[in-house]
Design a protein around this ligand. Structure first.
Ligand code: NAP
Length: 283
């Protein structure tokens, strides 16, 4: 029997997951396809039901369904539950279990790929959506000293910082307005962009959230946007002499973790990077 893994989201043309997951499946000799299923909200329960059919190993879930999918599953693991978002569904004994591998991907990308140790550092996060939540919980787990969250909608940043405080993390979490930005940048060791600013085909694709003169060479800049590989923010950071990391390692490591959950095989991470880089350089 040929197996199937689904990617549920809408729209999905931008996603490069089908490319590197297929490479991983083929390289491990697994007779399966990774299929992008662009699905409307009204058809989502129907698509989730199809995961229960024989031959489907599970699914990835992406924007805009990471939260909406939760009530359609049988069990949610503790990390996904704390984050309030599922990006991976695994079928175990006919039950659909929801996981979240974004925190793992963020952390592994930063520490192993980016060689930055967040423990004890002062971090600043732009955004308060799904990616920012994963970044915030990941950094809190790593015991950063202080975390400042800046978001266009201040209330969402405030709620996220409260949530971190209520979860008993040791770091000091605060939300600030954009106008207080510069003083926080000056005191930060790590800056994370978890907004779509600078992302290809976004209305603000040529915009950088910070300019080189706002940055320093001893700040580390982690832009979760992965397309283009070198975003305007990364260009500005490099111009300031700062160390930088793009979003591709996070994407690959979260995908590699999902891959292992579905297949029980070690993911061929190098091959997945190679396939993703090739695609992004062509795009
Ligand atoms: P999301 O849940 O929709 O959140 C988007 C966040 O960006 C919100 O906080 C939003 O602010 C803010 N934002 C949107 N447009 C903005 C603008 N023009 N100016 C200022 N702030 C703006 O999306 P998400 O899932 O967090 O994804 C955000 C980005 O992260 C994506 O575009 C993607 O590039 C990247 N990402 C990367 C990975 C990876 O594996 N590397 C994974 C997930 C996401 P408001 O609250 O004010 O609306």
């Amino acid at each position: 029997m040929r197996f199937e893994i689904k990617l549920l989201g809408y729209p999905l043309e931008h996603s490069i997951s089908p490319i590197f997951q297929k490479v991983a499946l083929d390289s491990c000799g697994i007779e399966a396809d990774y299929i992008a299923c662009p699905v409307s909200e009204s058809m989502l329960p129907n698509e989730v039901q199809k995961i229960r059919e024989d031959g489907c190993l599970g699914a990835n879930v992406t924007i805009p369904y990471k939260e909406k999918i939760i009530p359609m599953l049988d069990t949610i693991d503790s990390v996904a539950s704390k984050l309030g978002a599922v990006n991976t569904i695994v079928k175990q004994n006919d039950k659909l279990i929801g996981y979240n591998t974004d925190i793992f991907g963020f952390t592994k990308g930063l520490i192993e790929h980016g060689r930055f140790k967040p423990t004890g550092k002062k971090a600043m996060i732009f955004g308060a959506g799904g990616a920012a939540r994963a970044a915030a919980f990941a950094l809190a787990n790593q015991n950063v000293d202080r975390m400042t969250i800046i978001n266009r909608n201040y209330e969402r940043a405030r709620l996220l910082s409260n949530e971190l405080r209520n979860n008993g993390f040791s770091c000091y979490a605060q939300a600030l307005d954009y106008e207080d930005l510069q003083s926080v940048v000056e005191q930060s060791d790590l800056i994370v962009n978890s907004t779509p600013i600078g992302m290809g085909k976004h209305p603000e694709e040529n915009v950088s959230i910070l300019t080189s003169n706002q940055l320093r060479r001893d700040i580390y800049v982690y832009d979760l946007v992965y397309s283009p590989i070198e975003t305007p923010l990364i260009q500005q950071a490099k111009a300031a002499g700062a160390k930088t990391l793009g979003g591709l390692p996070m994407l690959i490591y979260q995908g590699a973790s999902s891959f292992t959950m579905w297949t029980s095989c070690e993911a061929p991470v190098e091959l997945m990077f190679e396939a993703a880089n090739k695609t992004l350089n062509i795009k």
